[in-house]
Ligand binder design. Structure first.
Ligand SMILES: Nc1ncnc2c1ncn2[C@@H]1O[C@H](COP(=O)(O)OP(=O)(O)OP(=O)(O)O)[C@@H](O)[C@H]1O
Ligand SMILES: [Mg+2]
Length: 475
């Protein structure tokens, strides 16, 4: 028997209305919904999948029965009016490039990054420049007080000080402010600190973050406001308030770097209005982030050239970038031995080590291997294989890499495979006097071509061991 049993029907209905929960908990795996939260989904048995959501409003009794909606007529795409998208240039060249030419009015950008990396600095600078260019801006801070934001702005200069700021964590207030102020660009720092009163969960929980993004997106689209949502990244590297947001927003930017170093890289993980290939490079200084249009020069100058170091002619999106790959090989007591890398994919390292062992005569079964791309840079491209292989082989043998720079993908049969933009990579290396660059066959002059890993090792590692190796290969 329900709680309303025995009451006159009108009273029962009003009691029902009162007791209907404002939110429900929905399993993200099977869709089971329940008014209560469970650690384990009663529907499918999965753990920690229940997410709080706003309870759907009952359609019946609100004027239109479920299923009674009027159909709409589909329109051929050619007849859809699509005015050319106007871009709001932030005035920070590296940021605009990664965005695909600037912010798009009415779009939502999610800017993620680990704590202290410089997300607030970047957004405050961008708003400062936009304000100086005559755009209406708004900085919503839920994380810091207005005074803290002002202190940072002082560091960044006069432009940043002109940005209007609101210190608020209540979603309703923020949305109301957005609708009244109707700025061209708004930054919400951070999306995890805003709280929707209708939902019970703590700020930053999946349900809350989704609700925040959803309501802000509606306000943004309704008033053509470009919104930048700042988000935190968890230790595992996922944008916290998890990946649910990535589908909701138009563009996901990731701000990366090592906190101890000044170097920062901004890359697009998703962009509905541009490519995801471009990378912006910055330097964190006392007076804010400074763009680094010529990053190669920095990394090349810092390259150690000691055994275990190789210079890679990489592509960072659409531009060439010279970076140093370092490796350390040391005897291990562990089974299996350690494989630690930063800046390259772990699985890719495993492939390179296997090919090195099988086709390069460099067995590392009893050694720990550490690989690092210097400067906090990440190279997610097959062209990095050869540099990783050379750095590891050089570290294992204690012989410096003799070739000034290199690039190329390793095939599983030990061949060196061509990669995109060979001429541009070689030209970038030549610009810094690092030629000839060691490259796969077919890369063309001025590169020095090597058809296989073995040939590359022979060319790059000159030393007593290399000589023996070359002799062995010849035999
Ligand atoms: N006076 C200074 N000189 C040089 N760098 C500074 C100075 N003050 C702050 N920084 C840099 O700015 C960083 C903090 O930047 P910011 O507050 O924009 O980061 P954030 O990503 O927004 O961090 P959070 O996750 O805490 O919000 C510091 O980690 C430091 O590197
Ligand atoms: Mg911040």
């Amino acid at each position: 028997m329900g709680p309303a049993a025995g009451l006159p029907s009108g009273a029962a209905r009003s009691l029902e209305r009162v007791s209907r929960p404002a939110s429900i908990h929905v399993c993200s795996a099977c869709g089971h919904s329940s008014p209560k939260w469970f650690g384990q989904c009663p529907g499918c048995g999965a753990w920690n999948t229940l997410v709080e959501e706003r309870a759907p409003l009952a359609a019946a009794g609100r004027g239109r029965a479920v299923g009674g909606a009027a159909p709409v007529a589909p329109v051929p795409l050619a007849e859809v009016r699509a005015p050319a998208v106007e871009r709001l240039e932030t005035g920070i060249g590296e940021l605009d490039r990664v965005l695909g030419g600037g912010l798009v009015p009415g779009s939502l950008v999610l800017l993620g990054g680990s704590p202290g990396i410089g997300k607030s600095t970047l957004t405050a600078m961008a708003l400062g420049r936009l304000t100086a260019a005559g755009r209406r801006t708004l900085y919503v801070t839920g994380e810091e007080s207005a005074a803290q934001v002002a202190l940072r702005a002082r560091r960044l200069g006069a432009d940043a000080l002109r940005v209007p700021v609101v210190a608020e964590t209540d979603l309703d207030v923020v949305v109301a402010t957005l609708e009244r102020e109707r700025p061209d660009v708004c930054v919400i720092d951070s999306v995890q600190t805003l709280h929707a009163a209708q939902l019970g969960g703590a700020a930053g929980s999946v349900g809350q973050v989704r609700e925040v993004a959803d309501r802000v997106a509606r306000a943004a689209k309704g008033h053509d406001i470009a919104v930048v949502l700042v988000g935190h990244v968890t230790k595992e590297g996922a944008l916290a308030g998890p990946r649910v947001l990535e589908h909701l927003v138009d563009c996901v930017l990731q701000f990366e770097g090592e906190r101890e170093r000044t170097h920062r890289a901004l890359r697009a993980l998703k962009n509905r209005f541009g490519s995801t290939n471009d990378v912006g490079v910055f330097d964190m200084r006392a007076d804010g982030l400074v763009e680094v249009p010529d990053a190669s020069a920095r990394f090349v100058a810092a390259a150690t050239r000691a055994p275990g170091s190789a210079v890679l002619a990489a592509m960072e999106g659409s531009r060439p970038l010279l970076v140093e790959v370092q490796a350390l090989v040391s005897p291990s007591e562990l089974v299996p031995p350690r494989r630690v890398c930063s800046g390259i994919d772990r699985n890719r390292l495993a492939v390179v080590l296997a090919v090195l062992a099988r086709h390069g005569g460099v067995g590392l079964g009893t050694s720990d291997v550490f690989v690092n791309v210097v400067g906090g840079i990440r190279v997610d491209e097959p062209g990095a294989d050869l540099a990783v292989a050379l750095a590891v082989a050089s570290a294992a043998r204690g012989v410096p890499v003799a070739t000034p720079a290199c690039f190329g993908e390793l095939g599983l049969t030990g061949e060196l495979r061509p990669v995109a933009h060979a001429e541009r990579r070689a030209a970038e290396a030549a610009r810094f006097g690092l030629d000839p660059v060691l490259a796969p066959a077919g890369s063309g002059p001025p590169a020095r071509e090597a058809p296989s890993l073995r040939a590359a090792l022979r060319a790059a590692l000159r030393g007593p061991d290399a000589a023996t190796e070359a002799a062995a290969v010849a035999a």
